[in-house]
Design a protein around this ligand. Structure first.
Ligand SMILES: *Cc1c(COP(=O)(O)O)cnc(C)c1O
Length: 390
């Protein structure tokens, strides 16, 4: 392993050294007073990061997939209807989970690279009888940013709970959970939240908590059940020891550090930085003559780029980019995965990372026979970075 390699994939991402040091610190008891205080602060900070003062936060050992499963397991009962706004791979996963938990699933789909029209989703909602709507904030397989605010507001208008999968978006893409009326925002530690993999994170609003409390049937998973975790989260926040299943002590310590850094930057500043870096990347891709998978600027994510290989170039490009010191990811969408690559630009990403990555792709493309004017892509990205209008 080359420790100077730049990890530019859509999770895990580059992490701040102070966060990594918390992982390497001595592990304390999960009921030590100082750990209880740390966990309590992490929960309060998660609420602030999601701009969800009214929500109940949950921090549980697991990955983003567990966060998805916790939302489904707790909110949906067999026979209830769920509307999935489907933008790709992770929406498919959500639909599969909903079906496994007995929901009747209806999907509004878009072609890869597109987001469904809000009007089409509203028409489906108007048919009625849905318990939940799910939407993937940023679909990591296509780089598509869904019109989440409009979708969440539409669900609210129809009395339908909204579940937003923010695993590739939370703390990178603008999101105002309480102001928009989103009922559940779920994510994982290893993407824009800035902590190595291993934590499932959710902020669950009051309507969703009430829906869980008034269930007719028990939650079918013990580990995912809010009933097990709610007393634990409440105890940590209140400064009291409690136990259901051992928390990943060091990851929680790292989370508390990272969330502190996020809030010190400020959420609006952080969203703006992600937008600015994404614009610089887009300028670079365009100067290289590369086309992005999202069909328009309004549906293009700010947390990653999904970019088609040019003619005559294939996934072997990623090996050449790695030789240039930068790690990128291949395609993920089942229909297109051999035709594009993905670049994560989340968390600590800054101007130096943009220029290093665009430069590495330019050199790798040249080595693969796709020649452009040397430096043109770096210059285009730099011009955006120098423009002060974040
Ligand atoms: C990464 C991701 C997931 C899955 O998270 P894991 O931590 O890999 O389980 C779910 N949804 C989206 C949108 C993602 O980007």
């Amino acid at each position: 392993m080359n420790e100077r390699e730049l990890l530019m994939i859509p999770g895990p991402v580059e992490f701040d050294p102070e966060v990594l040091r918390a992982l390497g610190a001595k592990t304390v008891s999960h009921v030590a007073p100082e750990f209880i205080a740390t966990f309590g602060r992490a929960l309060k900070r998660l609420r602030e990061v999601c701009l969800a003062p009214s929500a109940q936060p949950f921090v549980v050992a697991g990955s983003g997939t567990l966060a998805m499963e916790m939302a489904v397991a707790n909110l949906v009962e067999p026979g209830e209807r769920a509307l999935v706004v489907n933008t790709g791979y992770f929406s498919d996963r959500m639909a599969m989970m909903l079906e496994r938990y007995g929901a009747e699933v209806v999907q509004v789909r878009a072609a890869p690279g597109e987001a469904p029209e809000v009007g089409a989703v509203e028409a489906a909602l108007a048919e009625g009888r849905f318990k939940v709507l799910t939407v993937t904030h940023v679909d990591t397989s296509t780089g598509v940013l869904a019109p989440v605010e409009a979708l969440v507001r539409a669900a609210g208008k129809h009395g339908v709970l909204s579940v937003v999968d923010g695993v590739c978006a939370t703390a990178g893409e603008s999101f105002h959970q309480d102001a928009w009326g989103a009922d559940v925002y779920l994510t994982a530690s290893q993407k824009a939240v800035g902590v190595p993999p291993g934590l499932a994170l959710l902020t669950v609003g009051p309507r969703a908590m009430a829906a869980w409390r008034t269930r007719r049937t028990p939650v079918r998973s013990v580990y995912a059940d809010f009933a097990e975790w709610l007393p634990i989260m409440e105890a940590y926040e209140a400064g009291r020891p409690s136990y259901f299943a051992t928390p990943p002590v060091n990851l929680v310590c790292a989370l508390e550090v990272s969330l502190g850094q996020l809030l010190a930057e400020g959420m609006e500043a952080r969203f703006a930085r992600h937008r600015h870096m994404a614009r610089a990347f887009r300028a670079g891709w365009s100067a290289l003559g590369l086309k992005m998978l999202p069909v328009s600027a309004s549906v293009t994510a700010n947390t990653l780029s999904a970019v088609y290989y040019p003619d005559g170039v294939d996934a072997a490009l990623l090996g050449r980019v790695r030789e240039q010191g930068v790690v990128l990811a291949g395609g993920l969408h089942p229909e297109l995965k051999a035709r594009y690559f993905r670049v994560g630009h989340m968390n600590v990403v800054g101007p130096g990372d943009v220029l290093a990555t665009v430069g590495a792709v330019e050199r790798a493309l040249a080595a693969a026979g796709h020649r452009t004017e040397p430096g043109a892509a770096v210059r285009a990205a730099q011009a955006v970075l120098l423009a002060s209008d974040m």
